[in-house]
Design a protein around this ligand. Structure first.
Ligand code: GRG
Length: 325
């Protein structure tokens, strides 16, 4: 009997992802021992590899067959890893992917510099694909990511930012690389500009949903499952959507407690704040906003031919909303 159960995304792209890992290993090497050590430390810790999977799944969904997809999938993972190394220094984080952060173990200078190595290695890799459009997509994306991080810095400790401003930051700092990854699959496959824009819109919405869930897990999740410390966002004074909604819905006293915590990066009353975020329904409302974004991503898939890759991309939308790590 024909089994119509979709193949889970991870199994569908397993062979491609093994090839991506081989490219990552090959491209990670340097004659400088500390580069190898820190590169191996952070990349070896794993990660979900979502962005490389997007490159592969869109390239495959649009009929592309060729080695460039593995090179570009590894490229976006290097850019992602460079941003994590830099971000953990900026945020003074101590836990990532269930391990001590590279900055905690090797120091800030080494972390930033190996981030620079990965970022510049990514540029060598994208050049090797020999397509101007690929360079354009990734040059624009990395520039916007950096802007997003600066915008976020400007919003730090400000409980009065508008939701639209918060959304702008996450479109820049997180969704842009998802968008670029999806777009690259379309670029490789020489898709029409309409289809390329649909792929990019999918990535943008999925990335936004992904960050919304990331932000709610900082209040709802647990450290062991997440592999990073819960409450970090509040410690840094980040006014994320769960807090903005809780302030809007809470009593005057609750609002004042959250305002003070954002302004001072104060986590002494984190348990109370988590409780306010929960009982005002701010967690549920944030997940609902993520669900709405994921639905918008899913709608873009109508522009792609029916395939098991398209099914897997649909499954990604649901998983990004329901995830707990
Ligand atoms: C080097 C281009 C460049 C810019 C530096 C620091 C910085 C500017 C940008 C940081 C942007 C950033 C860290 C956004 C958050 C993205 C995010 C949700 C990271 C976690 O992604 P996961 O969960 O990580 O996919 P894993 O561990 O699964 O790979």
């Amino acid at each position: 009997m024909h089994d119509s159960t979709p193949i889970p995304a991870a199994r569908l792209v397993a062979t491609d992802m093994r090839e991506v890992d081989a490219v990552i290993r090959r491209r990670l090497t340097s004659d400088v021992a500390l580069v190898n050590q820190i590169g191996e430390y952070i990349i070896g810790a794993g990660g979900k590899r979502m962005r490389p999977m997007l490159v592969i799944m869109f390239a495959r969904a649009l009929g592309f067959r060729g080695a460039e997809q593995h090179e570009l999938a590894a490229t976006v993972e290097f850019i992602h890893t460079a941003t994590l190394l830099h971000d953990d220094v900026v945020d003074e984080s101590s836990l990532r992917r269930g391990r001590q952060t590279a900055n905690a173990l090797f120091g800030n200078a080494a972390s930033v510099l190996v981030g620079d190595f990965l970022y510049s290695r990514a540029f060598q890799m994208m050049v090797s694909v020999n397509r101007m459009r690929v360079l354009e997509v990734l040059a624009d994306a990395t520039n916007v990511i950096a802007e997003g991080e600066v915008l976020q810095l400007m919003n730090m400790h400000d409980p009065d930012i508008a939701v639209s401003e918060y959304l702008r930051v996450i479109r820049f700092k997180t969704a842009k690389l998802f968008e670029a990854s999806a777009r690259l699959g379309a670029v490789l496959a020489d898709a029409s500009s309409d289809v390329e824009e649909a792929c990019a819109a999918y990535g943008r919405s999925l990335g936004t949903a992904f960050q919304l869930v990331d932000d709610l897990l900082d209040y709802e999740g647990n450290t062991a499952e997440l592999g990073k410390n819960v409450g970090d966002d509040l410690r840094e004074g980040k006014p994320t959507l769960p807090l903005l909604i809780a302030m809007e819905r809470g009593t005057a006293a609750e609002r004042e407690l959250i305002r003070h915590a954002i302004e001072h990066g104060e986590v002494a009353r984190l348990a109370e704040i988590v409780e306010i975020v929960r009982h005002t329904g701010a967690i549920a409302a944030t997940r609902e906003a993520a669900r709405h974004e994921a639905e918008q991503a899913a709608a873009q898939l109508e522009r792609l031919p029916v395939s098991e890759y398209r099914e897997a991309l649909l499954e990604f939308c649901a998983r990004s909303v329901e995830r707990s790590s």
